[in-house]
Design a protein around this ligand. Structure first.
Ligand code: LLP
Length: 422
């Protein structure tokens, strides 16, 4: 459930009319709903009720400071994958002991930053990373908590670009090598083993892959404990999918996911961490865009928007579907029209949808992309010298710009002409 709805013939985010935001900030823009973010976080939290747990929001999905502050205020931990994300988590007021650091390419600088600033744990993904972390921690006179991310060789049955739990993927260490790597970790100075980490992919629409992966983690917990390691924490990653096509998709609910967690690893006496990103932020955001032209092609009608692939890259990158709806509520029973919905960027890949049936809209009208709160603004670029679009946060009847559109002067001022050209 989200808090975007038609009221009085016009699309609203909570109690704010989208058209009003468009007039105030210009198009295109992203808009997020505080109530929806809150609800999604709480649903996860409740799904793990009765287990000692921490929901560490995977902020790669949407790392706007205001969004982070909403979640931090609810008690969320954060899953970060870069020094920049670590600094954002800290800036949003999240204490180090609630921040986990994931990712396969942590640099020495990032390790120093997180060790000095405080960290709940590093999720280590390789032996060379383990050695470097030991060296850095030791040099700083600290002992850092770690889990090792194991790759369970499970097919997450999701888009190839976002599956991470198969042995051919670059993530984690093969589960077959886990005992050797844990033995090595236990022998290294500056390292304290606290648990196991696993993450098998993103936009999962079935629970079975989770069950297989968590069963393997449970088995490994027993083996590692028998080897003398203290396994008191399990980080189970993120990845639960959301409906992108609202009319006919119903991915598993967090409650049922919670049941899988309980039935596979619930009796191990471990603290449970999960790292959802998309399910918290995805349906809490829209991208709103204006129709520039309606162009008649050969047997096709193009809806040319002012939003483009640089603003929302998911359709171009993953062939992702986003529901696209008019901001003015369509008349009941209005016949849908077929459009190819495209942006102004100069490549054919800048296509949001082909032969998409939707209510008729005209030039100058607004449309909204649903499910754009995750992996939308964070993946945007300034391709074609198009400024990053603003982000707006709504809370009941108030809204605020939480990241402003840069001016062209700001964009130009980042480029530097070398002295020899003067
Ligand atoms: N934990 C780890 C270690 C991850 O790599 C990810 C996502 C998550 C948690 C959060 O997964 P989520 O709950 O959001 O599915 N840009 C792609 C998605 C990339 C996901 C990368 N890792 C997209 O737009 O679909």
């Amino acid at each position: 459930m989200d808090h975007f709805h038609y009221t009085g013939g016009a699309l609203h985010a909570e109690d704010v009319a989208i058209a009003e935001v468009a007039t105030a900030v210009g198009t295109p823009f992203y808009v997020y709903s505080t109530a929806t973010l809150t609800r999604h976080f709480q649903i996860f939290d409740e799904a793990l009720d009765g287990l000692d747990h921490l929901v560490c929001y995977a902020m790669k999905a949407n790392s706007n400071l205001a969004v982070l502050k909403v979640l931090a205020g609810l008690g969320a931990g954060m899953d970060v994958v870069s020094g920049g994300e670590y600094l954002r988590a800290k800036a949003a007021g999240v204490p180090g002991e609630k921040i986990v650091f994931s990712g396969i390419g942590k640099t020495e600088e990032e390790m120093v930053l997180a060790i000095e600033g405080g960290i709940r744990q590093f999720n280590v993904e390789s032996e060379p990373e383990l050695l470097l972390l030991s060296e850095v921690a030791n040099r700083l006179g600290k002992t850092v908590p770690i889990t090792v991310r194991v790759n369970p060789d499970v097919d997450a049955k999701t888009h190839a670009k976002i599956a991470t739990g198969k042995s051919e993927n670059k993530f984690g260490i093969p589960i077959s090598r886990a005992r050797a790597v844990y033995a090595q970790a236990a022998s290294l100075p500056g390292i304290r083993v606290v648990g196991i980490d696993v993450h098998i992919g993103s936009q999962l629409t079935e629970l079975e892959p989770y069950r297989s992966a968590f069963e393997k983690v449970a088995e490994l917990t027993h083996v590692l404990r028998a080897d003398g390691h203290e396994i008191r924490r399990l980080d189970l990653g993120g990845g639960l999918g959301i409906p992108y096509q609202h009319s006919n998709q119903a991915p598993p609910l967090p409650f049922d996911y919670g049941e899988v967690v309980r039935s596979t690893v619930g009796d191990l006496g471990c603290e449970i961490e999960i790292e959802p990103g998309r399910l918290i932020a995805g349906n809490a955001g829209l991208m709103v865009s204006r129709v520039i032209y309606v162009k008649e092609g050969e047997g096709r009608r193009f809806l040319i928007l002012d939003g483009a692939m640089n603003d929302l890259i998911r359709p171009a990158m993953y062939d992702a579907w986003h529901d696209i709806i008019p901001v003015r509520e369509p008349e009941p029973g209005a016949e849908p029209v077929q459009y190819d919905i495209v942006g102004p960027v100069c490549e054919s890949g800048d296509t949001f949808a082909k032969e998409r049936a939707m209510p008729e809209v005209g030039a100058g009208e607004l449309v909204a992309f649903r499910s754009a709160g995750a992996y939308g603004a964070v993946m945007a670029s300034e391709y074609n010298s198009r400024p990053l679009i603003p982000e707006v946060l709504v809370d009941r009847d108030q809204f605020a710009v939480v990241r402003a559109r840069p001016t062209f002067d700001e964009m130009l001022s980042r480029d530097i002409i070398p002295e020899w050209m003067d």
